[in-house]
Design a protein around this ligand. Structure first.
Ligand code: BEZ
Length: 235
């Protein structure tokens, strides 16, 4: 039989569909998450230290992600009972950096066939052919992949950056702007580049609310409160 080939999903494409068994019951992905942002992330293996530190951090921040209309879904190529045992150990035994009694309530997918991991390019044989790398897929409420970040086995993710990316994507969409290096809510944002000589001239020569470093690079203020009240809905 011919071996199935897998292509890596890319930014701007529809998130590949799959059905899976998780620690929170069965899911149909991404249709169960329509209307929400979702972060689908993989980890190499249960009962490993870097992954444990990451799960405790993600679980502790889950409410913050949910308030930004984002759900979390984890995956590793371990089985369901291993997942359950590991999450119970985290809650009952692990105290780390002030986090303790941490309950992971977002779904953790079992992927012993590695089908989902292969479909999403989470298995990268140069790193490991039996463990998923630390992939992070940001999927929008229409099921489109908007950002992908990959980390190797040996480096835990930066969850502040993951949260910043989520808020940045929503801000760029809501205000039709782009965001400069290291942008955080409250920083100036980039207005779309002038598309005609007339607009370029006007931007450079007339008084307006923009700061132009040159005709193609103009920023404007975007109030932090305006960003946060648009993106974050506290219940
Ligand atoms: C860890 O999570 O600690 C880990 C997992 C796989 C390889 C190396 C480290």
């Amino acid at each position: 039989m011919e071996e199935k080939t897998y292509t890596m999903p890319r930014i701007g494409e529809k998130a590949p569909e799959f059905k899976a068994v998780t620690t929170q019951g069965d899911i149909n992905f991404p249709s169960d998450y329509k209307g929400s942002w979702v972060i689908l992330f993989s980890h190499p293996a249960d009962f490993t230290p870097v992954c444990t530190s990451e799960f405790m951090t993600f679980a502790t921040m889950e409410k913050q992600f949910n308030e930004a209309n984002c759900k979390l879904v984890g995956l590793s190529v371990d089985g369901l009972y291993s997942h359950i045992a590991w999450l119970r150990t985290i809650k009952e035994k692990i105290e780390y950096k002030g986090m303790k009694n941490v309950e992971v309530t977002f779904p953790l997918i079992e992927d012993i066939t590695m089908e989902v991991a292969k479909t999403y390019g989470m298995l990268q044989p140069g790193e490991s052919s039996t463990k998923a790398v630390r992939a992070v897929f940001f999927i929008d409420p229409q099921g489109i992949i908007r950002t992908i970040i990959y980390y190797p086995l040996s480096l835990g993710r930066n969850f502040e950056e993951i949260y910043r990316v989520l808020i940045g994507l929503q801000t760029a969409d809501a205000f039709s702007v782009a965001l400069p290096a290291d942008w955080r809510p409250g920083d100036d944002v980039i207005v779309p580049t002038a598309g005609s000589c007339g607009v370029a001239k006007e931007r450079m020569e007339s008084k307006n609310d923009m700061t132009c470093y040159d005709w193609f690079f103009c920023t404007k203020k975007l109030d932090k409160e305006k960003v946060l009240s648009t993106v974050i809905k506290k219940k």
